[in-house]
Design a protein around this ligand. Structure first.
Ligand code: GLN
Length: 477
């Protein structure tokens, strides 16, 4: 096994014992990036010099007995998340030259531990998409099959971890962008509860749904990362004060505790669902049912079917407002024109991809006088019903299990021109997003042609603890 293939836990132990240094580990990741990135296109920017500098500092920390869990461990960050003095494009040409002057709070929490940044990863522009084909820097290719998508929008993050170009990554999830690419690339990814992690420094998409979370090879690593990322931040008023549990210690702490797990039937009889995916997830559920502490019951979430229509009204509406600031005037690439209006119009026309423009137009329409009640207000009302669906089943069960994606990685180009088919990729991940709930995707097997399949665990608000516990149990089965 090469050292770049280790998990966080294994790398921590190896660094501690002196089996290898952070400089060696970082060089192994950088070598892998050099070899594979031209095919996979996971990175937009590789921070080689910075990484080697940070690795050296980490080695000093370790030598001085100041090692923390993430000290010396190479990681990547989705390009829609700000990192000080490193180009952060959000995969849109309008920010091609944007270099933030500060770290997002979650990134600063991670870097304070001495983790080593190896680069910024490709994504769908400003997080809009489920295949990474909406990046203006080209699609990300799936490490399991280079003709297929890595998922999206955090596809570069998922591929960079799955292909061992780094040990973990930080992604953003508004409507599945951590869980779906994690599932398609065979890694684990957590969308935390809304309000659990600070979004300060995350480029906003839809503010009432945006979250930032960890992507890694195991749920155990996810727990380690979430512990470092979570918590109240003065700079994000939506973050909650609740104490952050020691997720990694809790993974096995209450292993005898009885868990009642609901299987929402609506997530298994979807038209167009891939049969192999369904079977792999169902087989795993049967294994879980045999565990002495797990009880499986069927439940119903009848409003789930409205999650996609609700999501695709609320998100574009918030988008159209949030993305107003990306105008080519205060920062980013500015098009030349004779008057101010044309500067805005041309900068946005040239600097944003089709899908982002589509969302801005749909959202502007849904919010305009005369349509607001029919679309935006109606969507918000149905959103409440979806949330109440979850509240009702969570009176009966502790957790829910569903597939993460209705199908494994699809071919590049297969859905690109069929907007509605692409939106359906989010059918199982959008509901938890709309309701603000935590959810993790855990790899549970591969199709006959070798494509990874993920299972999603959804929990009660702020109950990342049980979500991660069950995820860890499943990965050890
Ligand atoms: N597929 C979703 C969308 O396009 C994912 C968005 C996200 O989570 N950033 O909106």
């Amino acid at each position: 096994m090469n050292i770049n293939e280790l998990t966080i836990k294994q790398a921590y132990d190896g660094l501690k014992k002196g089996d290898f240094s952070s400089v060696e580990l970082t060089k192994a990741c950088l070598a892998r990036i050099k070899k594979r990135n031209k095919d996979i296109n996971a990175f937009i920017t590789v921070t080689e010099d910075l990484a080697l500098e940070e690795a050296q500092i980490a080695d000093e920390m370790i030598a001085n007995k100041k090692q923390k869990m993430l000290t010396g461990i190479p990681f990547s960050v989705k390009d829609a998340i700000d990192v000080a003095d490193v180009r952060s494009t959000a995969s849109a040409k309008i920010l091609d030259n944007y270099v933030p002057s500060f770290d997002a709070t979650v990134i600063s929490n991670i870097r304070k531990q001495g983790a080593v940044l190896v680069g910024k990863t490709n994504c769908d522009a400003f997080g809009h998409g489920a295949s990474n084909e909406n990046s203006m820097y080209g699609p990300v290719r799936n490490p399991y099959d280079l003709d297929r998508v890595a998922g999206g929008s955090s596809g570069g993050s998922a591929a960079s971890v799955a292909d061992h170009m780094c040990i973990f990554s930080i992604g953003e999830d508004t409507g599945g962008s951590i869980r779906q690419p994690a599932s398609l690339c065979g890694i684990a990814g957590l969308r935390p509860s809304y309000g659990r992690n600070s979004r300060y420094g995350i480029m906003p998409m839809a503010s009432s749904l945006d979250t930032v979370g960890p992507m890694a090879k195991t749920v155990e690593d996810i727990a380690i990362l979430e512990e470092v990322m979570a918590g109240r931040d003065e700079k994000d008023a939506t973050t909650v004060d609740n104490e952050v549990p020691e997720y990694s210690k809790q993974l096995t702490a209450n292993s005898k505790q009885k868990l009642k797990i609901g299987i929402p039937k609506e997530y298994f009889d979807l038209e167009g669902m891939d049969e192999e995916t369904k079977t792999i997830v169902e087989n795993k559920i049967n294994e879980i049912a045999k565990l002495p502490n797990c009880q499986i019951v069927e439940v119903s979430l009848p409003y789930t079917k409205y999650a996609i229509p609700v999501y695709y009204i609320v998100v574009p509406s918030e988008d159209s407002s949030n993305l107003g600031r990306i105008d080519g005037v205060r920062y980013g690439v500015q098009a030349q024109a004779d008057n101010l209006y044309d500067v805005y119009a041309r900068s946005r026309a040239q600097g944003l991809p089709e899908e982002v423009k589509r969302r801005i137009m749909i959202g502007t329409y849904a919010l305009s006088a005369g349509y607001y009640d029919a679309y935006y207000r109606k969507a918000q009302k149905v959103r409440t019903l979806i949330r109440q669906d979850f509240e009702r089943v969570f009176e009966e069960v502790d957790l829910l299990i569903t597939p993460t994606s209705p199908f494994p990685a699809f071919k590049i180009g297969e859905k690109k021109d069929d907007v509605l088919a692409m939106y359906l990729a989010d059918v199982f991940v959008a509901p938890a997003s709309v309701a603000g709930l935590p959810a993790v995707s855990v790899p549970v097997g591969n199709t006959k042609s070798g494509l990874p399949v993920g299972l999603q665990i959804i929990g009660k608000r702020l109950d990342e603890e049980h979500v991660l516990q069950l995820g860890h149990t499943i990965e050890r089965l």
